[in-house]
Design a protein around this ligand. Structure first.
Ligand SMILES: Cc1cc2nc3c(=O)[nH]c(=O)nc-3n(C[C@H](O)[C@H](O)[C@H](O)COP(=O)(O)O)c2cc1C
Length: 177
């Protein structure tokens, strides 16, 4: 049975939920899946898996620095097996920006690293205004106002297209059956 490693970088946990949905889709096809924080990922984790997926959320325009650092450190191991990367952000809620080749954060991130993931995805994330501190809430409401998104400070909105997540999971399961 093949083993797929999914590493996540998250702040508020939504990327973990996406990873868990990927896990259930992939495991239903047969492979075993480990979902783990990227910050805890090791060279041994990589060498003992048959395929690897990294998923990371965007905050104020960037993935966490740990993402680029991990990729640079482990680039050879990533390239030695089927590999994929996905980004989670709310700009991806927009129809023109929900594909890897059209999402500005993903494109910029890929320009800054040498690794060329074999498969890419971008998923729309979640806004949870009540859970944010005052400054973050104000900033996100402002960004949403600028981009014609929801600004109600009591709103919790999940933009994720779970069907798109499941399609990506099925694709991953096919490369490491
Ligand atoms: C403080 C903060 C800053 C954010 N900045 C951006 C941003 O610059 N662009 C964007 O598209 N989404 C932004 N988001 C939305 C997150 O990417 C979205 O909430 C995502 O679901 C977070 O995933 P996580 O829970 O795994 O960290 C931001 C969210 C927060 C709370």
């Amino acid at each position: 049975m093949s083993h797929i490693l999914i590493l996540y970088s998250t702040t508020d946990g939504h990327t973990i939920r996406i990873c868990e949905r990927l896990r259930s889709v992939i495991e239903a096809q047969g492979p075993r899946v480990t979902v783990k924080a990227l910050a805890e990922g090791t060279a041994e984790d990589l060498s003992s898996c048959d395929a690897v997926v990294i998923g990371a959320s965007i905050r104020y325009g960037k993935h966490k620095p740990e993402v680029g650092a991990f990729i640079t450190r482990h680039q050879a191991a990533l390239e030695a097996r089927p590999n994929a990367f996905f980004s989670v952000n709310v700009v991806a809620r927009k129809p023109g920006k929900n594909r890897p080749e059209a999402n500005p954060y993903l494109l910029k991130f890929l320009r800054g690293i040498a690794w060329k993931p074999q498969r890419l995805a971008v998923f729309a994330g979640k806004i949870d205004y009540p859970s944010y501190g005052a400054l973050d809430r104000t900033m996100i409401r402002f960004i949403m106002w600028m981009t014609k998104g929801p600004t109600d400070p009591t709103a919790v909105i999940e933009f994720t297209n779970w069907g798109q997540v499941e399609t990506f999971g099925a694709e991953i399961a096919r490369v490491a059956p």
